[in-house]
Design a protein around this ligand. Structure first.
Ligand code: NAD
Ligand code: ZN
Ligand code: ZN
Length: 389
């Protein structure tokens, strides 16, 4: 089959690789009908995630048709149309039973690697380095889905791929990011980043009762989408101090909650950006936490900072004094996708939310190398790119 494979920094190739096969009784093989490139894939593409090996198959947002099932999967049938969550979860362990699916303790066969870096291991993830299992991803014609009796959600009501594809990741991620803000009626929520995760977080913040949403980015098209599709007020961070702008907009107090939908590759201007870029290049810090620092400094006293943005390792100049002295709460995590898929599918069916609004490009899987380049540089006003095998 054909698959998009990682070969190093900014080097994605379409390769012929062996078809996946059933290995365990609870596996399924899915023929992928739609898959997408995520902001998290860019951290792999740009070489910031350790333990990638040349030839690894990328992709953790995908859906398709079940073509083969292990004998342990009783709730699916060959021919079913399914969306697959990016976190691989057994459904039975301490964490799965508590609905913390991205922390499953049975799905990362390389847990020892993650334990070295993070103390304990989270769940295995599709297409996301050997640190979290080295599972082949879904930017391919076929994919093996472990624990297929737990993760995949059947789509039975004729919704189009693009309406449901993002149940695999960014819609639950945005929803959890907003839920983690513990939004009270009338709250103001500020969202750093107007990529797919940021935009959908803005939508979900309104859905959960925010009165005002303020969005921060620098790309005009993304800021336009934030205003016109998400109903947010916007700040272009290249215009000056975001902290000052937010104070002005909130009577000096600051937003009740701040969402970091940027993550480890934040961009900025001026001296602090040069500082983080240099330290990251010299491997003295793994992440550039520019947006995270800002979310903390901007949040009102006693407010919440919600971090869907992905971080890999060790951060520098983390304003812990601000967190502690001003009583902030920080909530974060890889999304517990399985917890949100069915309720959000219901909301999609009722027309309450439409995540397909972020799609700007649809290209054949063969064009993945160019699509990564375009999405990475935000060229051509690209916001979300769907690949069709
Ligand atoms: P993206 O790259 O399309 O969007 C990131 C946006 O942040 C860009 O528009 C960029 O211009 C903006 N940005 C950069 N620096 C900024 C700054 N200093 N201030 C404000 N905005 C800034 O990516 P995406 O797909 O929207 O993903 C966003 C983040 O969410 C990534 O880190 C991704 O890894 C993460 N993510 C996490 C989960 C999870 O389970 N927690 C799931 C999906 C994605
Ligand atoms: Zn993702
Ligand atoms: Zn589990």
């Amino acid at each position: 089959m054909k698959a998009a494979c990682w070969y190093g920094k900014r080097d994605v190739r379409i390769e012929d690789v062996p078809d996946p096969r059933i290995i365990n009784p609870r596996d399924a093989i899915v023929r992928v009908t739609s898959t997408a490139i995520c902001g998290s894939d860019l951290h792999l593409y740009n070489g910031f995630v350790p333990a990638m090996l040349a030839g690894d198959i990328l992709g953790h947002e995908f859906m398709g048709e079940v073509v083969e099932l292990g004998p342990g999967v009783k709730n699916l049938a060959v021919g079913d149309r399914v969306v697959v969550p990016f976190a691989i979860s057994c459904g039975n362990c301490f964490f799965c039973r508590r609905q913390m699916f991205s922390l499953c303790e049975n799905s990362n066969p390389n847990a020892w690697m993650a334990e070295k870096l993070w103390g304990h291991s989270p769940a295995g993830l599709f297409g996301y380095s050997h640190l979290v299992g080295g599972y082949a991803g879904g930017q391919a014609e076929y994919v093996r889905v472990p624990f297929a009796d737990v993760g995949p959600v059947k789509i039975e009501n004729g919704l189009a791929d693009e309406q449901v594809l993002f149940l695999s990741d960014i819609l639950p991620t945005a929803y959890m990011a907003a839920e983690n803000c513990d939004i009270q009626r009338g709250d103001t929520v500020a969202v750093w980043g107007c990529g797919p995760v940021g935009l959908l977080s803005q939508r979900c913040a309104y859905l959960l009762g925010a009165a005002r949403v303020i969005a921060i980015d620098r790309f005009p098209e993304r800021l336009r989408m934030a205003r016109e599709i998400c109903g947010a007020e916007t700040i272009d961070y290249t215009d000056g101090s975001v902290l000052e702008a937010l104070k002005m907009m909130t009577g000096g107090r600051g937003p009740d909650a701040c969402i970091d939908a940027v993550g480890m590759e934040a961009h900025s201007h001026g001296i602090s950006f040069a500082y983080d870029r240099a330290k990251q290049a010299m491997m003295l810090e793994t992440d550039r936490p520019i947006a995270l620092r800002e979310t903390i400094m901007a949040c009102r006293n006693g407010g919440t900072v919600s971090v869907p943005g992905v971080y890999g390792g060790l951060l520098d100049k983390f304003p812990m004094g601000s967190v502690m002295n001003r009583g902030l709460t920080i909530r974060t995590g890889q999304t517990h996708v399985q917890r949100y898929m069915r309720p959000l599918l219901e909301r999609i069916s009722l027309g309450e939310i439409d995540a397909s609004c972020v799609v700007t490009h649809r290209v054949p899987l063969e064009d993945a190398p160019r699509a990564y380049d375009v999405f990475s540089h935000k060229h051509d006003d690209a916001i979300k790119i769907v690949l069709k095998p």
